[in-house]
Design a protein around this ligand. Structure first.
Ligand SMILES: C#C[C@@H]1N[C@@H](C)[C@@H](O)[C@H]1O
Length: 438
């Protein structure tokens, strides 16, 4: 291997209790809320053809006009408890919430800049309201933080001159101070979700990213940080020059899901996903296809079946209310999770040969495999092929507990017979009680 001082300091998964809990979440919620929510993806009647939270980068929007939106931000009817209760009903186990996005506006009263919620008519500490409300509902909170900060005068995309480096040194201290502030003000925080770390300035700061991660974990032992924070001393991100993951889990699955288990390289991972095709902050017009609840449930099953978590993004309006489509998705996912969450929470990759009807998940530490069925074959028989180290003792519909008959086939496969005459109109789960083969 290539000798590295600031590459990965651990190979393989983190195996402590905090990470075990993270591994078992299954379903999470992302929330993007900030000044961009005021513009709603449009400006002077023209619609931005990009992600709404990036509208400041659109040439139609003068930065000076965007940057004073803080004077308008006033979600007077914002109710963090209502958000948390919607999330609880949806069945999410963790939240990732934007404290500061690329525009540099802080939703907490940071003392390291005046570009914060205190400079808005709203004034109150939104991060605290959200952290407290979700924690009270038993949902773990992770704080999203953009390293790239378009508003800060010392931010640099690259370090070309001595002046760049002097400015960026100030910026790195500013960053460290803000992160310290977040962890000290919101001690319930379970982890940090970094973004905006793709530019050369950060890639050239490998040593700093390494010391920063170690410093943050010294402040909060057990803190969970994904692979987007670090760069090694050669400018590699996510994985170091030896291909080893830098971070507690792979954070590259943004709006994409691994195809096979091989794609996750034995790492922990989660997928963060928009309901429209792209766009995280509120946009009046969602771009392209809007994912249905069944699609979002299938993506959840797909992620958990490959050993990851699935995180659905919500983009509330400037007043803190959610659009009706997101409210419907949350409600319908919650109704499905109420019946089927056994197949999602604390489950892992089963390692059985994937079949066309859907996805397997395996309960961590138990002899139970779940079949999450999306495609019922016309034959009404679902083929399964357990891994050689297990035999199936019993097959039961999770909802209603009806036992299903099975028919042995060659090569260790079996058919599971669905009840005749029963039509399935929603994805459903079959529980397989399995026994290890001595
Ligand atoms: C690109 C990019 C950012 N990463 C996603 C999680 C959103 O925050 C988007 O703006």
């Amino acid at each position: 291997p290539i000798p590295l001082q600031h590459g990965a300091h651990r190979t393989g998964k983190r195996m402590d209790a905090d990470m075990a809990k993270w591994r078992g979440y299954g379903l999470g919620q992302f929330i993007h809320w900030g000044l961009y929510s005021i513009l709603e993806g449009k400006y002077k009647g023209k619609y931005y053809n990009g992600a709404a939270e990036w509208i400041r980068s659109w040439k139609e929007v003068p930065n000076a006009e965007y940057d004073v939106l803080n004077k308008q931000f006033n979600p007077a009817t914002f109710n963090a408890t209502a958000w948390a209760k919607m999330a609880k009903q949806m069945g999410v186990k963790y939240l990732t919430f934007t404290t500061k996005h690329h525009d540099g506006f802080c939703l907490w009263p940071s003392k390291y800049t005046d570009y914060t919620i205190e400079s808005s008519p709203y004034k109150k500490d939104i991060v605290k309201e959200v952290v407290d409300a979700y924690t009270k509902e038993g949902i773990d909170v992770y704080l999203y933080f953009s390293i790239m900060d378009w508003h800060h005068p010392d931010w640099r995309y690259d370090l070309k001159t001595k002046e760049d480096s002097i400015a960026f040194d100030r910026f790195k201290l500013f960053t460290k101070n803000q992160l310290t502030e977040l962890l000290q003000r919101y001690p319930q925080t379970k982890g940090l979700w970094f973004d905006g770390t793709w530019d050369n300035s950060w890639k050239k700061s490998g040593a700093f990213t390494d010391s920063l991660e170690q410093y943050l974990k010294s402040l909060v032992p057990g803190l969970i940080i994904g692979s987007r924070l670090r760069a090694d001393e050669k400018g590699n991100r996510h994985v170091d020059a030896n291909g080893v993951l830098m971070g507690d889990y792979e954070q590259g699955w943004e709006r994409k899901i691994p195809k096979t288990y091989a794609d996750v390289h034995g790492n922990d991972w989660d997928c963060v996903m928009t309901i429209p095709e792209n766009g995280w902050g509120y946009a009046e017009k969602w771009m392209g296809h809007w994912k249905t609840t069944n699609e979002l449930i299938e993506m959840t099953a797909q992620c958990v079946s490959l050993g990851g978590n699935f995180v659905v993004n919500f983009g509330p309006k400037a007043d803190g209310s959610f659009r009706k489509e997101e409210i419907a998705n949350a409600k319908e996912i919650g109704e499905w999770m109420k019946i089927n969450s056994d197949a999602i929470y604390n489950c892992e990759y089963a390692g059985w040969e994937k079949q066309d009807w859907g996805y397997y998940t395996k309960k961590r530490g138990e002899d139970k495999v779940y079949m999450i069925v999306f495609n019922v074959p016309l034959s009404g028989s679902l083929k399964i092929k357990p891994s050689a180290n297990y035999v199936v003792e019993k097959a039961t519909l999770l909802e209603g507990k009806q036992q299903l008959s099975t028919e042995k086939l060659d090569y260790g496969a079996s058919f599971i017979q669905l009840p005749k005459g029963k039509t399935f109109v929603k994805p459903f789960v079959i529980v397989l009680d399995i026994k290890p083969v001595k």
